[in-house]
Write a protein of this length. Structure first.
Lengths: 917, 216, 338
C-alpha cells in the first residue's frame, strides 16, 4: 500500500485482512451459505430506502447562537430549523486557531447545550405573564397581559420608593459575561430607579478571596488553551471532566505533550481517572498540603529567588514587636526591604504610595533573610509559620501517603511551567481565602505566575467580562459611585433568620458585621436599619433555589418581601415562588454577546426565531418596565424624589428617556454595539460582524487586565508585572502574602495558614459536599428530561459502601439527610469512589423535582468569615463582585438515615391521588 | 322510501356491518372448521425448540353483501400484545410521540394465506410462502400493529404490498377471536392459516401452521 | 469484502463521560416514534452493568464459526424512559414533580461507580456504537437478508423497508447494538451517519465530542489516522475480539492513576485497575499495548517526543478525520448506487 491513490483505486481491505487486530485467523467464522442469489455482505440491490435517513438530516435554516448559563463555556452553536420549528443544535466548531502548535478550541459544547431545544418548547417554558393565585410556591397562577403585569410591578416599585425609600427595591442578576446586554437592561433600570444591585460572585462562593487579597484582582486566569503549554498541571478541587467539559481536553492533550497531571480531591471523580497521580485528600485539609509543599520548596532552596525578590512582598520588612509592615513615616502605603548590596534599608518601588510606578529593582538586591533586633522579613516570618508543616505532619493531617507527597512536592518545585487549576472543591470552604493564598504561595515561590503554562487558574463562575469598559459604561451609565451596590451574602444573612451560633475569637459574627458597616467597609441596604427590603426582582438567576440557608430564608425573608418578580424562560424554583413571573425569550430568541474566562473570543447570540409564545427578551421587558414607570409617574403626578445619598433629584417621568440613553438604545443590538465600541478588546467590531464566527480580542484594556493579547499566543495573566515590571494592584505593589490589617492579625491569618474546617456541627458525622457536576449548570438542565434519563431520574446523594453498610442503607433506597438547619429526603447511590464520612449531592436540584422533603440547600446555613468583612486596606475594599463575604457551604456536616416513604409519599412517588407538593 | 322497507334496509345494512365484530351474533350460525396446527421445526441454530401449546384453530366463513369474512379462533393462555404509551415531544408542543413498551416480546398474530393466482386442481402453492410461478397473498393481523397484506413467491421473498384490510381481534377468556375481511374469498377458495403465539417468541417462520383447506 | 471500510478509533484516555456524543446521536436520529429507549451511541462506566444491562454476558457473536445463542434484552434491561408531570406541578398547583413510575434502572445507572480493588476505586468511560463489523453476526442471522454491508464504505445497515422485526439480528449481535422499534416493528441501529459521511462530514458523535477523542477515516487509507493507530502504531483494539465479528471500531485502552503510595510504579506492576479486566474487554494483546503506551507517556513526560501521542493529541479536525468525498469513492470503487 503505497499511497492514497492506491487506496482509492484498489480497495485494499483484502490485503489487510490478515492483519486486522483481535481476529485470530483460525476463528474466522464461516458465513453460512445463503440460499438464493442475494449476498448482502457483498452487494445489495434494494438501497432506495436509504433516502429515509438522508431526509432526516435536512433543514430549512441554520442560525448561530449560544447559551447563557454561567458555565464558562461560551460555546458557539448552530441551531437548525425545519418547518418553522427548532429541531436540534450542533456545535458550530468555528473558533479560529490561535497557533499551529496549540490544539484548537473546537468543537466546544456539551451534552446539555446539545438539547437546549428541549427547553425552548418543553413543559417548563413560560408562555405568558403570570400572577400568583395561591400561596408562594404552590404553582397556582392566573394569566395576565403584559400591561397588567408591568403596571403592577412598576406601581409597587414606585410605592416603595416614595413610602420606604429606593433602597427597599432590590435587584439580583448574575454573570454579566454570559449575556451582558440582558444583564445591563436591568442594571440600568436599577440605577435609574435608585434600587439596590446585589453581588453574585461572592455570594455563589465563586470569588476566590485569595485573589483580591494577594493580587488585587477579582480573578485572572489563563485561557484554557494555555493548559497545553504546561508541564505540570495540578487539578486541585477541580473536576474538569465534569465542570470544564469544553476545555478539559486541553489537559488530557497536554499530558500527551509531556505534562504530568496531578489530581487532588477526596473522591475518585471523573477527572481523577486520567491523572498520573491521584491524591485522595481528607476534606478541607488542602491548605496543609500546600504549606507542606511550600516548606519543602523553602527548605530545599527550590524557590525562584530573583522572582521572589522582585514580584512578591516576601523581602519586605516587618516590625517584630507590632507585626506590622515597616512603613515610611506618616504613610500607610510605602514599604521597605533591606538591600544586601548597600547594607541599608531601601524603599520598595511600586507600592501604592511609591513615586516609582515600577517594581523593577534597578540593581537593588533585597535580602530575603534579613533579621535584626527590631525587624525581619516576611520571608523569615513565613519560614517560621511553615515550621510545623513537615511532610510527615502533612501526611498525617491529609491522610496521604508520605512517598506520594514527597514526589508531588519535588515535582511541583522542579517541573516548569507548573500550574494549579483551582476549583470550587477548595473555594467553597469557610477558610477559602487561606486555601487560595496557600496555593498562590506555591506558584509565586516557584515563579510560575505570569508564565504561559503556569499560574493559579480559577474558572469557577463566568465572572469575567472581557469588554469591561464598554460594559460598565452601559450597565451603570452614571458610574459605580451613583449606584447602590450590595454584597448578597450579607444582605441575605441580615434579612433572614439565618443566625450563626458560632463565636469568632469569642464574639458573634454580628459584632464584626456591625463594625464593618460602621467603618464603611461593607454597605448594607436598606440603610435605615429598621427598614426591611420590600421588593426583589430576579432575572438570569435562580436565587431562591441556590441560596444557602434555604430553610431559614423560606421561613423569614421569603415571607417578609412584599413583591417578588422573576424574569425567566422556564419556571424554575425562584419563579415558582414568585408573585409575578414575566416570560423571557430563550437563548435562541434574542440578541446579545458572550465572553468567558476560558477563551479569548467574543461571539453573539442571534435570534433563531422571534421570541416564542408571549415572551420577550429581558432587554425589552426592562425597556417596557422603564416606560411603565415613566407613565405611572406622570399619571400619578409624582413630584421628583430627592435621593439624598447621591444628592440626585430623580424625576421618574424621565425613567425611559434615561434608560434608553435619550433614545440612543432602541434595540438590544445598540447596547451590544455600545459595549463593543467602548472597549479596547472589541473596538472596531460590530454585532453584525460577530455573526460570521467568534472573533479574538484585539487588545486589552490596561486599566482592567494584566497581560496583552498577542497573535499566536494563548493569554496568560500578569505578564505586565512579570515581564514589564509594572506594579501589582496591591498595597505593596507586589504579590502580597502578608496582610497586616488588624483583623487578620487578630485571627492569626496575616500569613496563609492551615485552619481546620469549622467544628460547630461536628456532632454530625458526615461532611456535606455539593459540588458542580456534569449534568447541570447550577439549576439549569436539572429538570431536563433528556438529561435525567441518563442519570437516575431524580435527585440522588452519594455514599461510600462502608458508610452505607453501617447505616443499613442499600443502593436506590430513600434516605433522609439532616442537621440542625434542616433536612431533605431523596434517593441514594452507593459510590465506591466517595470519601469515607462524606456525602455528596451534585449541585442545583430544583426543589420541585423528586424530593419527598426539602431540597439540596436545606442543610446549609449562611456563614460569614469575619476577615471577609474588612475594608479600607489598600487594595482590599468592597467593590461589587470583587471583594465581600463569600457564601461558603463546605463546612456543613450532616447525618443520614434510611427513610421509609409514608402513604402520602407513595402517592407522590407513584403519581396517584393528590400527593403533596 | 316506505318506512317498513327502510327498516328492512337498515337491518340489512346493520347486519352487513356486524361480521367484522368477532363477537357478532352472525357468527353463531357459521359452520366451524377445526384445523389442525403443527409447529415449524427450529429453523436456525440459535433457535430453541417449542412445545405445542395451541393444537388447533377454528375457522368460520360469512359471505355477505358487504364482503367476505373469515373468523379465526384459537386458545392462547397468554394475551401477548402491547399498548404503546404516548409522550410529549417537546419541540412539537402538544404532539405526542409513541414510545416503546417492550423490546423482547412478540405479539400474538394470525395470517390467512390464499393463492395469488387461480390454482389448477389441487396444485396449491408451496406452504412455504408459495414458490416461483405460484405466488401467494397473505393477510396478516398482528395484535399490536394491526392488519397488512403481503405477497410472496417463496421463502425470503415476502413483501408487504402497503395495502391494509379490515380486521378486528378480541381476546377473552384465554381465547383469541379475529375476523378478517378477505377480497375474492368464495366457497372453495384454497386457504391456509398461521398462528403466532407471542409468549413462545413466535415470528417469521417460527409459528404454527395448517395445511391447505378449502373455504366454506 | 466491501471495497473500503470506514472506521473509528476512540481514545479512552480522553473520554470525559459527558455523554455529549449520546445526546448528539439522540437528537439527530433517535428522537422519533418508538425510539425513546434507544441510544445508538451510549457511554457506560466500566466495570459496570452496561447498556443494555449485562449485554456482555448474554450471548451473541460467533463460536467456531457458528452463531451463538443469546437472550433478547428487555425494556427493563435498557432502562426506563422517564416522563414528568411538570405542567401539573408548576402551573396547576399539583403534586411534586416525579417520573411516571418508580425508579428502577436507567441506561447510565451505575455512572462513576466502577469497582474496588484492595480498597481503591477504579473505572473509566466506554463510549459504544455499532462496530460495523467485517463479519457481522446480525447480517448472518437475518433470514430475510435485510441487513447488508455497503460496498463503498463498509457501513452495515438494516433495510428499513424489508425488515420485519424478527429480531434474530438482535440476538446475534454480541454488542447488543441493534434495537427494536416496537411501533414500526423494525430493527434499527447506528447508521454511522452515512448521510453526513457521504457529504464529507464526520459522524455527529465524533463532531460533537468535546473530549475530541474520536478519529474517523478509512481503515485502508494509509494516510488516515485510524489506519496509523490500528495498523502502524498498533495502539487501538476492538472490543471482545473473540466474539468473531471483526469490529471496525477500535479503542486506545485506558489508564488509571497508580494506587496510593505507588506513584512511579509501572501500571503492569502494581495497577489500580486490574489487567485482567482490560484483557477481558480487549483480549490479551492489550497488555502489550499498555506497556508500549506507558513507555510513550514516560518518554513524553521526560522531555522526549512521541509520534503516536502527538497523533492522539488530535490538534484539529484535519488530524482526526479523513473523509474523502463519497462520489469519489463510488466512482473509483464501483460501489452500488441507490
Amino acid at each position: 500500500m503505497k499511497n492514497r491513490r492506491d487506496f482509492l483505486k484498489l480497495g485494499a481491505l483484502a490485503a489487510l485482512g490478515a492483519s486486522i487486530p483481535g481476529c485470530r485467523k483460525a476463528d474466522k467464522p464461516q458465513l453460512e451459505a445463503f440460499t438464493g442469489p442475494l449476498d448482502p455482505l457483498r452487494a445489495y440491490p434494494y438501497r432506495g430506502w436509504e433516502d429515509l435517513y438522508r431526509k432526516q438530516w435536512t433543514w430549512d435554516k441554520v442560525v448561530r447562537s449560544t447559551h447563557s448559563a454561567n458555565c464558562t463555556g461560551s460555546c458557539s452553536w448552530n441551531v437548525y430549523v425545519r418547518n418553522g420549528v427548532m429541531i436540534r443544535e450542533e456545535q458550530a466548531a468555528d473558533y479560529p486557531r490561535i497557533s499551529a502548535d496549540l490544539p484548537d478550541y473546537n468543537p466546544r459544547g456539551c451534552q446539555k447545550g446539545a438539547c437546549f431545544t428541549e427547553y425552548v418548547y418543553g413543559p417548563q417554558r413560560l408562555r405568558s405573564p403570570l400572577i400568583r393565585a395561591g400561596e408562594r410556591g404552590e404553582g397556582k397562577w392566573r394569566k395576565a397581559t403584559w400591561d397588567e403585569a408591568l403596571t403592577m410591578v412598576a406601581g409597587k416599585l414606585l410605592d416603595n420608593i416614595y413610602q420606604y425609600g429606593p433602597d427597599t427595591n432590590t435587584f439580583f442578576s448574575v454573570i454579566p459575561a454570559m449575556s451582558p446586554v440582558s444583564f445591563a437592561a436591568g442594571s440600568r433600570f436599577a440605577q435609574y430607579t435608585g434600587g439596590v444591585f446585589c453581588s453574585f460572585y461572592d455570594w455563589y462562593c465563586d470569588l476566590p478571596p485569595g485573589e483580591p487579597l494577594t493580587w488585587g484582582v477579582q480573578t485572572e486566569s489563563c485561557e484554557c488553551a494555555d493548559w497545553f503549554n504546561s508541564k505540570y498541571i495540578v487539578l486541585w478541587g477541580s473536576n474538569i471532566s465534569q465542570t470544564r467539559i469544553p476545555d478539559a481536553h486541553f489537559a488530557w492533550e497536554a499530558r500527551y505533550n509531556g505534562a504530568k497531571i496531578v489530581g487532588i480531591s477526596p473522591d475518585f471523580n471523573s477527572s481523577m481517572v486520567h491523572t498520573d497521580l491521584f491524591l485522595s485528600i481528607q476534606p478541607g485539609t488542602d491548605a496543609a498540603l500546600a504549606l507542606g509543599v511550600a516548606k519543602y520548596i523553602v527548605d530545599n532552596n527550590l524557590y525562584d529567588t530573583p522572582y521572589v525578590k522582585e514580584q512578591t512582598d516576601l523581602p519586605l520588612l516587618v516590625d517584630k514587636r507590632t507585626n506590622l509592615f515597616v512603613r515610611a513615616e506618616g504613610s500607610t502605603d510605602r514599604f521597605f526591604f533591606h538591600d544586601a548590596k548597600t547594607g541599608k534599608r531601601h524603599e520598595a518601588p511600586g507600592s501604592m504610595g511609591s513615586k516609582e510606578k515600577t517594581i523593577a529593582l534597578n540593581g537593588a538586591d533585597p535580602d530575603l533573610h534579613y533579621s535584626d533586633g527590631e525587624v525581619t522579613t516576611v520571608f523569615e516570618l513565613m519560614k517560621q509559620k511553615l515550621a510545623p508543616y513537615t511532610l510527615e505532619a502533612v501526611a498525617q493531617t491529609t491522610g496521604l501517603a508520605l512517598s506520594d507527597i514527597k514526589q508531588f512536592a519535588h515535582e511541583f518545585a522542579t517541573r516548569k511551567p507548573a500550574m494549579i487549576i483551582h476549583g470550587a472543591g477548595l473555594n467553597h470552604w469557610f477558610h477559602n481565602d487561606l486555601i487560595n493564598r496557600s496555593l498562590i504561595l506555591l506558584v509565586a515561590l516557584t515563579g510560575n505566575t505570569g508564565k504561559n503554562g503556569g499560574g493559579f487558574n480559577h474558572y469557577v463562575g463566568q465572572e469575567r467580562v472581557w469588554p469591561e469598559r464598554g460594559f460598565k459604561a452601559y450597565a451603570f451609565p452614571e458610574g459605580a459611585k451613583k449606584q447602590r451596590m450590595q454584597n448578597m451574602t450579607l444582605w441575605t444573612y441580615l434579612h433572614s433568620s439565618n443566625k450563626d451560633p458560632h463565636l469568632y475569637n469569642g464574639k458573634p459574627i454580628e459584632h464584626y458585621i456591625e463594625e464593618s458597616i460602621k467603618n464603611g467597609w461593607m454597605p448594607l441596604y436598606p440603610k435605615k436599619r429598621d427598614q426591611k427590603p420590600r421588593a426583589l426582582i430576579v432575572w438570569r438567576a435562580n436565587y431562591l433555589n441556590q441560596a444557602k440557608g434555604n430553610e431559614y430564608i423560606l421561613k423569614s425573608l421569603w415571607k417578609d418581601l412584599d413583591l417578588i418578580v422573576d424574569l425567566n424562560y422556564r419556571m424554575d424554583t425562584t419563579a415558582l415562588f414568585s408573585d409575578v413571573v414575566l416570560p423571557a425569550a430563550s437563548y435562541y430568541e434574542k440578541s446579545d454577546i458572550s465572553t468567558t474566562d476560558c477563551h479569548s473570543y467574543v461571539h453573539p447570540f442571534n435570534k433563531v426565531l422571534d421570541p416564542l409564545y408571549d415572551s420577550k427578551p429581558d432587554w425589552e421587558i426592562f425597556r417596557d418596565l422603564a416606560k411603565k414607570v415613566a407613565q405611572l409617574a406622570a399619571e400619578r403626578k409624582l413630584a421628583p424624589y430627592h435621593d439624598q445619598q447621591f444628592d440626585w433629584r430623580r424625576d421618574f417621568t424621565k425613567t425611559y428617556d434615561l434608560w434608553s440613553g435619550n433614545g440612543k438604545f432602541q434595540q438590544p443590538e445598540d447596547g451590544a454595539n455600545f459595549i463593543l465600541d467602548g472597549s479596547p478588546e472589541t473596538k472596531g467590531m460590530t454585532f453584525e460582524q460577530l455573526k460570521q464566527h467568534p472573533q479574538r480580542f484585539k487588545k486589552i484594556d490596561e486599566e482592567a487586565w494584566n497581560s496583552e493579547i498577542e497573535e499566536g499566543r494563548a493569554y496568560t495573566p500578569f505578564q505586565h508585572q512579570v515581564d514589564e515590571k509594572r506594579p501589582w494592584r496591591t498595597l505593596t505593589g507586589r504579590q502580597q502574602f502578608y496582610l497586616d490589617h488588624p483583623w487578620f492579625l487578630d485571627f492569626g491569618e496575616q500569613l496563609p495558614v492551615y485552619k481546620e474546617p469549622l467544628a460547630d456541627s461536628a456532632k454530625y458525622p458526615f461532611f456535606w459536599n455539593t459540588p458542580h457536576g456534569r449534568w447541570s449548570i447550577h439549576s439549569t438542565w436539572r429538570d431536563a428530561r433528556y438529561q435525567l434519563r441518563l442519570q437516575r431520574g431524580i435527585p440522588i446523594c452519594y455514599i461510600h459502601p462502608e458508610d452505607a453498610k453501617a447505616r443499613n442503607i442499600a443502593d436506590n433506597d430513600w434516605v433522609k439527610v439532616f442537621n440542625d438547619n434542616g433536612s431533605f429526603v431523596s434517593k441514594v447511590q452507593i459510590l465506591p469512589g466517595e470519601k469515607r464520612k462524606r456525602l455528596t449531592m451534585y449541585h442545583g436540584w430544583e426543589r420541585y423535582l423528586g424530593f419527598l422533603q426539602g431540597g439540596w440547600q436545606s442543610t446549609s446555613m449562611i456563614k460569614i468569615k469575619p476577615t471577609q468583612l474588612v475594608g479600607g486596606y489598600g487594595h482590599v475594599n468592597f467593590k461589587l463582585n470583587y471583594w465581600g463575604p463569600t457564601g461558603n457551604n463546605r463546612d456543613v456536616r450532616v447525618d443520614i438515615v434510611k427513610y421509609t416513604p409514608t402513604a402520602a409519599d407513595l402517592q407522590t412517588i407513584r403519581r396517584t391521588g393528590k400527593g403533596k407538593a | 322510501m316506505k318506512p317498513f322497507a327502510c327498516v328492512l334496509f337498515c337491518a340489512a345494512v346493520a347486519l352487513a356491518q356486524n361480521p367484522l365484530d368477532p363477537a357478532a351474533a352472525d357468527w353463531k350460525s357459521a359452520a366451524p372448521m377445526t384445523l389442525s396446527l403443527q409447529r415449524t421445526p427450529p429453523l436456525y441454530p440459535t433457535d430453541s425448540a417449542a412445545a405445542i401449546e395451541v393444537s388447533s384453530v377454528q375457522a368460520q366463513f360469512l359471505h355477505t353483501n358487504a364482503g367476505n369474512f373469515v373468523r379465526l379462533q384459537w386458545s392462547d393462555k397468554t394475551h401477548d400484545t402491547t399498548v404503546l404509551p404516548k409522550a410529549e415531544r417537546a419541540w412539537q408542543g402538544d404532539h405526542l410521540v409513541t414510545q416503546s413498551a417492550a423490546t423482547d416480546r412478540f405479539s400474538d398474530a394470525c395470517a390467512f394465506m390464499v393463492p395469488a393466482k387461480p390454482v389448477i386442481g389441487d396444485l396449491n402453492p408451496s406452504l412455504q410462502m408459495g414458490d416461483a410461478g405460484h405466488p401467494v397473498r397473505i393477510f396478516v393481523w398482528d395484535s399490536t400493529r394491526g392488519a397488512a397484506v403481503m405477497e410472496a413467491s417463496g421463502r425470503e421473498t415476502t413483501k408487504r404490498t402497503g395495502q391494509l384490510f379490515p380486521a378486528q381481534g378480541q381476546y377473552a377468556g384465554g381465547k383469541w377471536s379475529v375476523t378478517l375481511q378477505i377480497p375474492d374469498l368464495n366457497a372453495g377458495t384454497p386457504f391456509a392459516v398461521a398462528i403466532w403465539n407471542g409468549s413462545q417468541q413466535d415470528r417469521d417462520g417460527r409459528k404454527y401452521f395448517t395445511i391447505w383447506y378449502r373455504a366454506q | 469484502m466491501p471495497q473500503h471500510q470506514i472506521s473509528m478509533v476512540l481514545d479512552l484516555n480522553k473520554c470525559l463521560g459527558c455523554q455529549t456524543c449520546t445526546m448528539a446521536c439522540k437528537k439527530l436520529w433517535t428522537d422519533g416514534d418508538g425510539m425513546d429507549y434507544m441510544y445508538w451511541n451510549n457511554v457506560e462506566t466500566r466495570p459496570g452493568q452496561g447498556y443494555p444491562r449485562n449485554w456482555d454476558k448474554i450471548g451473541g457473536g460467533f463460536e467456531d464459526g457458528k452463531l451463538r445463542p443469546s437472550e433478547l434484552p428487555s425494556k427493563e434491561d435498557y432502562g426506563q424512559t422517564f416522563e414528568y408531570n411538570y405542567a401539573e406541578r408548576l402551573f396547576q398547583g399539583g403534586m411534586q414533580a416525579m417520573p411516571q413510575e418508580e425508579v428502577r434502572n436507567t441506561p447510565n445507572w451505575d455512572e462513576d461507580v466502577g469497582a474496588l480493588m484492595l480498597g481503591e476505586n477504579y473505572y473509566f468511560y466506554l463510549p459504544r456504537l455499532c462496530n460495523h463489523c467485517t463479519n457481522p453476526a446480525c447480517l448472518e442471522a437475518c433470514p430475510r437478508k435485510a441487513i447488508y454491508k455497503r460496498a463503498e464504505d463498509g457501513i452495515v445497515l438494516v433495510d428499513q423497508e424489508r425488515c420485519e422485526g424478527y429480531r434474530y439480528c438482535m440476538k446475534a449481535c454480541p454488542y447488543k447494538k441493534i434495537y427494536f422499534n416496537e411501533l414500526l416493528g423494525k430493527a434499527q441501529k447506528c447508521i454511522f451517519c452515512y448521510p453526513r459521511i457521504e457529504k464529507g462530514e464526520v459522524n455527529a458523535c465524533a463532531k460533537q465530542c468535546p473530549g475530541r477523542l474520536r478519529f474517523v477515516g478509512f481503515l485502508d487509507d494509509p494516510d488516515s489516522a485510524v489506519h496509523k493507530l490500528v495498523h502502524v502504531y498498533k495502539v487501538a483494539l476492538g472490543l471482545f475480539p473473540e466474539k468473531g465479528t471483526e469490529p471496525n471500531v477500535f479503542y486506545v485502552p485506558p489508564f488509571n492513576p497508580p494506587r496510593t503510595g505507588s506513584y512511579g510504579k509501572s501500571v503492569l506492576e502494581d495497577p489500580r485497575m486490574p489487567m485482567d479486566y482490560l484483557k477481558y474487554l480487549f483480549g490479551d494483546e492489550v497488555v502489550d499495548v499498555i506497556r508500549r503506551l506507558e513507555g510513550e507517556l514516560q518518554r513524553a513526560q521526560s522531555g522526549g517526543a512521541s509520534e503516536v501521542l502527538q497523533l492522539l493529541i488530535g490538534r484539529d479536525e484535519h488530524v482526526r478525520y479523513q473523509i474523502p468525498k463519497h462520489e469519489q469513492l463510488i466512482q473509483i470503487g464501483g460501489g452500488h448506487k441507490a
